[in-house]
Structure formats: C-alpha cells, structure tokens
Design a protein around this ligand. Structure first.
Ligand code: GDP
Length: 324
C-alpha cells in the first residue's frame, strides 16, 4: 500500500481512503502495524484539530438516539461529524455496539457524517490504541467533531476519557432521589452530565435527577482546567431533540475557554504522554509472549508450584532471562 497516496486522499476527505486507513490501524498484522504507524506519523502535521467528545452511558440510556440527534444537529450547522466506538464487550460477544448501523439511520445517510463500527479485539488495550489512531485519522480527514461512544462498564470510560477533549456522561431519569450508583471516579471524569429522556412522563424524574447530580458535582473539587459552572449537569431529550443546541453551546464555551487558557493543548500533551507510557507497557507485556519467555515462565511456575522456588525469586530469574 502506498502510504503517501493514502495520506493525501485522507487529507482530501476521501471517505473510502479513510475507511481503508482505519482498517489498516485495526489490523494486528506486524506489516500493517508498521504501515499504520508510518501513516499516523505522516498525518500528524495536518494542522487540523477536531473537538473529540467521549460519550459514556449504560445500555438503554439513549446513546445512539443522542448521537443521531446531536450528530444531525451538528451537520445542520455545516459541521462534519465522525462517530467511533470503544466497545469492551465486542471481544467477548463478537458483536459491536455500533455494528448495527440502523441504530443511526439518518446520520448514516448524511454526507457530512462518518460512522465507524467498533472493531472486535481481544483486549481493551488493543481497542484503545486502534480507536485512538482512528481518531487521529478522522482528525486529519477534517472532521470538526469526533464522537467516541462507549458503554459504561469498568475501564472503558478511562480509556475514552484519555482519548477525548470533553467527556460526557449520559444518564436516564432515576425513579427515586438516589444517585444511580455512578462511581465517583466516573463522575470526576465528566465535564458534562446529561440526563436524557427529559420528556413526557419522565420529565419530573429527569428534573430531580439533574438537580441531584448538579448538587453532587458541586461537592467535587473545582478543577483548574474549568471555567465557573463546570462540570455541569443538564437535561436533554434525544428523542424529541430538545436541549441539543444548548449542549453544543456549553461544549463550545468550555472548549474555547480551555483553548484560551492553554488547558486544551495541555490535556492533549498529557494524553500523548499517557499513551506513550501505555505503548511501552504493552510492548513489555508482549515480550512475555515469545516462545522463549513462555518456556522460561512455564519452567519457573512449575518450580514455584513444587515449592522449589519462591514466587519472588522465580520472578527475578525470569526477568533476568528476559533481559538477556
Ligand atoms: P443506547 O443503548 O444507550 O444506545 O440507547 P438507545 O439510543 O438504543 O435508546 C434506548 C431506548 O430509549 C430506545 O427505546 C429509545 O427510543 C429510548 N430513548 C432514547 N432517547 C430517548 C429520549 O430522549 N426520550 C425517551 N422518552 N426515550 C428515549
């Protein structure tokens, strides 16, 4: 594959070239990995900057409905929108949260939108790397907004937050007045909490939930990277398309403020550092997969199980062998 040609096509906004490039970064083949790294490197100076928005929420809160309505509103503003997903469940089920394009029927037919189903991978680290690279490809292709969706389970929010400029948590109206068991760590990551389904019979519950979360957010420590009033809880109806413009206005305000204060670039720099360290960690782990390392691990673990060696001494022996 000719990387220069592919990168030029991506810079010209060629969607088929973008799709081919994303397939390339998703591939685990070593020759593809080398080409993908070269491509990402060539494109890193495109001079284009999207707003990357991470969006998390448990199944059923209305993520795809929101992405469709919000995406349509953005394309209505003449903005180009890409939608990507980090799906930790796809490794197990073989399915994917964005695999079913009919979930975003209107948006998938919109010429200024690009929807990419999530890749199935064996581990979250692999999905994260590929999504991060897909994000930079979409950025080079000139998308103004990149929405990165994930289901709210475990570690995937952290991964998405480390790829995004803004992190949005989508919630449904709660029945009672208790917070919906959202972990504190996830609350702390959120820049905006959106209580969806604020329509019809659910509206009073949505208002209560929104004010509960607004109260909870006020108790969190104010972050230096935020202007007054953020992080913020707001209500929307993805179905009836209410509140979407206000959400975009708030996102724009936050982003402009952070750009002005240097926090936008600061966060990207810190993320680059994080991913560099993560790549080194993953690289070290992959050293354990070589046949020699596997044999050495096996022998040492047998010795440990027979009581001939202690876990720490055996580990030191293996690590020393790895360095040779
Ligand atoms: P996801 O699993 O988070 O992607 O959720 P979906 O977008 O598939 O939505 C789950 C269900 O909630 C569907 O039946 C939607 O029609 C419904 N839903 C989504 N957004 C809204 C909303 O704003 N108001 C109401 N009343 N229902 C909604």
């Amino acid at each position: 594959m000719n990387i220069t040609e592919l990168s030029n096509k991506i810079l010209n906004g060629d969607r088929r070239a973008l799709a081919r490039a994303i397939t390339l970064v998703e591939s685990a083949r070593p020759d593809h990995r080398t080409q993908a790294a070269e491509l990402i490197d060539v494109l890193k100076n495109s001079g284009r900057q999207s707003i990357r928005i991470g969006l998390s929420g448990t199944p059923g809160v209305g993520k795809s409905t929101f992405i469709e309505s919000f995406g349509m509103m953005l394309t209505g503003l003449d903005l180009r929108v890409a939608v990507l997903a980090v799906d930790p469940s796809s490794a197990r089920s073989g399915g994917s949260i964005l695999g079913d394009k009919t979930r975003m029927d209107r948006l998938s037919r919109e010429p200024n939108a690009y929807i990419r189903p999530s890749p199935s991978q064996t581990h979250l680290g692999g999905v994260a790397r590929r999504t991060r690279e897909a994000v930079s490809l979409c950025e080079a292709a000139g998308f103004d907004v990149i929405l990165i969706e994930t289901v709210g389970v475990g570690q995937s929010e952290t991964v998405v937050a480390e790829i995004s400029d803004l992190f949005v948590l989508l919630l449904a109206p709660a029945g009672g007045d208790e917070l919906q068991g959202v972990k504190r760590g996830i609350m702390e990551m959120a820049d905006i909490i959106l209580v969806n389904k604020a329509d019809g019979d659910l509206k009073p519950a949505a208002m209560r939930t929104c004010s509960d979360y607004a109260g909870a957010l006020r108790l969190l420590r104010k972050r230096p990277q935020d202007p007054a009033g953020f992080p913020k809880a707001m209500m929307v109806s993805a179905l009836e398309e209410h509140g979407l413009q206000t959400v975009w206005d708030e996102m724009t305000e936050l982003t402009n403020w952070r750009r002005g204060a240097g926090h936008f670039d600061g966060r990207r720099a810190q993320q680059a550092r994080y991913w560099f360290e993560e790549e080194v960690r993953q690289g070290l782990l992959s050293l354990l997969q070589t046949p020699k390392a596997q044999a050495s691990m096996f022998a040492a673990s047998e010795a440990v199980s027979r009581g001939e060696s202690t876990p720490s001494v055996a580990a030191q022996v293996v690590l020393r062998e790895l360095q040779n």
